[in-house]
Design a binder for this molecule. Structure first.
Ligand SMILES: [Zn+2]
Length: 347
């Protein structure tokens, strides 16, 4: 089920195992790629018995490709949890999925350069162990770094041992774009330039691998990371945005359609060009009615409708892009995704 190179860019829909999968009732969505995390079992160990087994896909209500994260990021926010490589390996053994993410150790706020180096080495050791133990399963290593030389170090450790990896991930993109000044080097060069450089470092050592950009599946971020070499990304934003009354449109930031009107709208509202884009939306919600007013009232009236629209939009977004990576790169260079990403093209 793992896609071959040359297939369209893919967004995996992030979904925690213990919430209902609202896409399962829509066959147009239930076969889309999904990502779930073993990190859920850090909070609720009983999930090992009930969900993290051979029936995980049917528990989630999905039939397409499934990626399973090992909980490295969840561990970062819950450092006292008893969560080891042995537990991850036990779960991988039981679960049927298409890609398993290594138990990586992302850098934490306040880590020194020495701490981060130790974490990169430990993450690579974890990858070596899982890769050897599961020769018939696909394990994806995740590259982290707060400087380009840390990214290079992480990539070098992997490429020294593995000629060609099927998948390789870049982690920590969302914190970089949200908090920006996470290291001196990044605040000087800009988060977008750093992410673009990191993707180029990974691509140059892994010309044929699938590169997955963690957390970067949004409608503004995914086209940008695609331009710089990523093939795949994931997003939990489709549900989060729906919860905040917002919808996605390809190549645009979120637009608010429902909010407490006593206060200013938390995000941009729909303008004329957004409405024209929405009128053409062929998601399972929007095609169920014909007029734009009816579409809007469905999207205003429920989390469920917005979630389905958002899931559809992020998985179909590449159909609204410039047709090749080179054309996307040109679009980004011309400021199509803002000045910071344009700067990343010329840096
Ligand atoms: Zn729609």
């Amino acid at each position: 089920m793992v896609k071959a190179r040359g297939q369209p860019p893919t967004v995996w829909l992030g979904q925690s195992v213990d919430t209902s999968c609202i896409c399962s009732t829509h066959p147009e969505l239930s076969h889309k790629p999904f990502l779930t995390s073993l990190g859920c079992a850090i909070r609720r160990p009983s999930l090992h018995q009930t969900h993290f087994n051979g029936q995980l896909k049917s528990k989630l209500g999905v039939t397409g490709p499934l990626m399973v994260d090992s909980g490295g990021f969840a561990l970062l926010t819950n450092p006292t949890a008893r969560w080891t490589l042995r537990e991850v390996a036990r779960a991988i053994e039981r679960i049927e999925a298409d890609v398993f993410v290594n138990l990586d150790l992302p850098p934490a706020k306040g880590d020194s350069a020495e701490d981060r180096k130790r974490k990169i080495i430990k993450s690579t050791k974890n990858f070596n162990t899982l890769f050897e133990r599961f020769p018939d399963k696909t394990i994806m290593p995740v590259v982290h770094g707060r400087t380009i030389s840390e990214i290079e170090f992480s990539v070098r450790l992997l490429s020294k041992r593995y000629g060609e990896l099927k998948w390789i991930g870049l982690g920590g993109i969302v914190p970089l774009l949200q908090h920006r000044n996470v290291s001196r080097e990044i605040s000087l060069m800009g988060a977008e330039v750093f992410i673009a450089r990191a993707l180029e470092v990974i691509r140059s050592s892994n010309p044929r691998s699938q590169i997955h950009a963690f957390g970067a599946g949004g409608t503004r971020t995914f086209p940008a990371v695609f331009a710089f070499g990523a093939d795949s990304a994931d997003s939990i934003g489709w549900r989060q945005a729906a919860g905040f009354g917002s919808i996605f449109l390809p190549m645009k930031s979120q637009r608010t359609v429902k909010w407490n009107e006593d206060r200013p709208a938390p995000r941009k509202l729909l303008d004329g060009s957004d409405i024209a884009q929405l009128a053409r939306c062929a998601c399972p919600i929007c095609i169920s009615v014909s007029s734009i007013d009816d579409k809007l009232s469905l999207l205003r009236n429920g989390f469920y409708s917005r979630s389905i629209h958002n899931a559809w939009t992020i998985t179909q977004q590449h159909k609204y892009w410039p047709s090749t990576r080179t054309a996307m790169r040109l679009f980004v260079a011309n400021g199509g995704l803002g000045a910071q990403w344009a700067k990343a093209c010329s840096a």
